[in-house]
Design a protein around this ligand. Structure first.
Ligand code: ZN
Length: 284
């Protein structure tokens, strides 16, 4: 199956958001109060050329994110976007010969602003997301959590993922995205309580489009929780599940913001876990 890594501009966040420091409220405050910015990170969206139609996983960021509500401390102090309109997912897909009508399904790992930022390019697609994640965006609490549902296109009405009690590797539930059963959503709670990842089962390989389950493959391998996950234990359990998958099956792990995700996909370079040899590309 052909999978495209589409970089929709760049985002800059604090080092303490990428790899959390300390615990509890202290950890969650560091992305705002720390002065140590990380390097710019990519914002990837993914397009899967599937016989049942193109599937887009996350829609990346949009040029509108260069302006953010100033009242919110996270937006004011903790994040910067660098993206032009032609870098959004729609124009880049058109360059690949993929028009909006070809995209049958869009799956959102979660509804943070750099994952739903390109929704406007898919007015004719079925959009899938977790129902509790959708609910969390509403009202004042959603605004405090940093969701921007007021920027969604008017037509946006996502379908809830249809979870089954069917295990997929270490994951207790799964939701089929394709009738063939080769593109599957799995729960990866942590970064948000209902965060999901999408796994493409391609021959003997698992390609895991991991959203923000971790920002880096190295953080997943080390079990380091990020600076924004509300529930540290849930996040750690998810990272352990992902390591189990990687130990059992050849897995290419592709977080949205890992600078190496693009090359790992093009080289189909799998995670090497302790059981499978050395650290591979486990450089910072
Ligand atoms: Zn996120």
């Amino acid at each position: 199956m052909r999978i495209h890594a589409i970089q929709t501009g760049r985002v800059r966040i604090k080092a303490a958001q990428i790899e959390g420091r300390g615990h509890g409220l202290w950890r969650q405050l560091q992305p705002i109060v720390s002065r140590q910015w990380a390097e710019w990170s990519p914002v990837y969206a993914w397009a899967i050329e599937h016989p049942e139609g193109v599937i887009v996983v996350d829609t990346g960021s949009g040029a509108h994110l260069k302006r953010l509500p100033r009242w919110h401390p996270y937006f004011q102090f903790a994040v910067r976007f660098d993206i032009e309109p032609e870098q959004e997912v729609g124009p880049q897909l058109r360059h690949l010969g993929i028009g909006a009508a070809d995209v049958k399904t869009v799956v959102l790992t979660h509804l943070h602003i750099d994952h739903d930022g390109g929704l406007a390019h898919f007015p004719a697609s079925r959009v899938l997301a977790d129902s509790d994640e959708i609910a969390r965006t509403a009202g004042m609490s959603g605004a405090f959590l940093g969701y921007l549902p007021n920027r969604w296109p008017k037509w946006f009405d996502p379908q809830p993922l249809a979870w089954q009690r069917t295990r997929y590797g270490p994951f207790a539930r799964s939701a089929r995205i394709t009738a063939a059963g080769d593109v599957i959503a799995v729960p990866t709670p942590g970064h948000t309580p209902n965060h999901i990842s999408v796994i493409v089962h391609d021959g003997d390989e698992e390609i895991m489009l991991a959203g923000d389950a971790s920002y880096l493959e190295t953080a997943m391998l080390a079990g380091t929780v990020d600076g924004v996950s509300p529930d540290e234990d849930a996040a750690k359990a998810t990272l352990a599940d992902i390591r189990s998958l990687c130990a059992a099956r050849r897995t290419i792990y592709l977080p949205t913001h890992d600078p190496k995700s693009g090359e790992r996909l093009s080289e189909r370079r799998a995670v090497t876990t302790a059981g499978h040899g050395t650290g591979g590309d486990a450089t910072p």
